[in-house]
Ligand binder design. Sequence first.
Ligand SMILES: Cc1cc2nc3c(=O)[nH]c(=O)nc-3n(C[C@H](O)[C@H](O)[C@H](O)COP(=O)(O)OP(=O)(O)OC[C@H]3O[C@@H](n4cnc5c(N)ncnc54)[C@H](O)[C@@H]3O)c2cc1C
Length: 409
Amino acid sequence: MSGDGKRVLIAGGGPVGLLCAWLLGRRGIPVALFDDNDQPQADPRAATTHPATLELLADDGLASDMARVGLVAPIFQFWDRPSGKLVAQFDHALLKNDTRFPYVVQCEQFKTAKLILDHLHTLSNVEVNFGHTLTGVVQCGDAVTVRVRDARGETKRTGAYLIGADGGRSAVRKECAIEFEGFTWPERFVVLTTPYDFDAERGYCYRSYFADIGAWCNCFKVSADGPPGLWRTVYPVDPAQSDDEVMSDESVQARMQSFFPAPQPYEIVHRNLYVTHQRVAARFRQGRVLLAGDAAHVNNPIGGMGLNGGIQDAANLSGKLAQVLLDGAPERLLDLYDRQRRTVAVEFVQQQSIANKQRLEARDSQARKHNLDELRATAADPEKARQFLLRTSMIASQRRADAMTLEEV
Ligand SMILES: Cc1cc2nc3c(=O)[nH]c(=O)nc-3n(C[C@H](O)[C@H](O)[C@H](O)COP(=O)(O)OP(=O)(O)OC[C@H]3O[C@@H](n4cnc5c(N)ncnc54)[C@H](O)[C@@H]3O)c2cc1C
């Protein structure tokens, strides 16, 4: 194959597409990436990066860079909102023999994307094209051609493979008519960000989950522009409330006060509202087209697994594409990518993120008591707590994927 015949096209310049570009580009593979925004997204969505993901980012120094610009958080807590009591605390130190990273790193996803972009600027074989929207995909023989629109009009680009890393509404997935199986939650999720110091004022650690009757809150700290940092609180929103109502000062203050009563109104620096889905693409591979990140799977953010799963896709897929393109490995390896990452998405991430939500929001008093007692008992037993942490830190799912072989596809 000539250099150009090995080109990988990537739709989407979120953290997953950018990471694919870096992991392929640093092996000398030509890459052309297209993103429809004029510049990298500034959306403050993901922050929590789990040990299994940090392992994958370690070689390039990205894990340590993220820790430098973010916050290291070894502990997370579960609280009961009605009683105000701490239910359970988990310390990643229990994973000291399972990972080099017995902690999560809280690094906002726009910072992660910027760190990867800084690496990409050192590679002459990678084109990063912002302001370019993918509008069509055609596969033919040993090539895939995309139509791309920019301010000057529409052009075609051809490559050996196309990675659809173009987010939950993926045009690539739709062009390939791949079903996005699952459901949408009726409630939206609102994120309210405040400089109020929940650690100093209330003793909450950097990641705290609050259970309530039919409701919940995630409260976690990000470093933002530097000390003292900001706290993001995430809540479910009644489907009957309009967006304007949810975002009004009155409703925002009432929501904050209902979980965290305080004598003063809260200073709110950001408010964001999200529709949330639990969906997995029916296939992650269709011929020369591969899906990764939110284009392949989406889930609610409780437990912080969406982007982690996407980064794990990027590492798995880029490694296999490099083997196919550079070492003559069989294309069947790409079916193993589909098998490994789809299994993890369905059996772990969907299952765990739905369970995380249901555990926090149970209404029935018996069910609430059972959930909280179970968390207490798990935290009190070091081996049970370690097993729990292996799942929350996504080490168990990585091990499940690593154990799958080509013979299984
Ligand atoms: C409130 C909230 C909190 C979250 N917290 C966490 C967390 O703590 N940890 C975690 O792991 N995950 C978290 N997530 C999930 C995380 O934000 C997503 O999983 C992540 O953004 C996925 O990255 P991506 O690169 O796959 O997709 P995206 O970030 O959506 O990037 C896709 C890119 O493709 C571009 N694009 C779309 N269509 C086209 C097209 N036709 N042509 C060209 N470009 C196109 C888009 O504009 C975008 O730039 C959270 C999500 C929310 C909503």
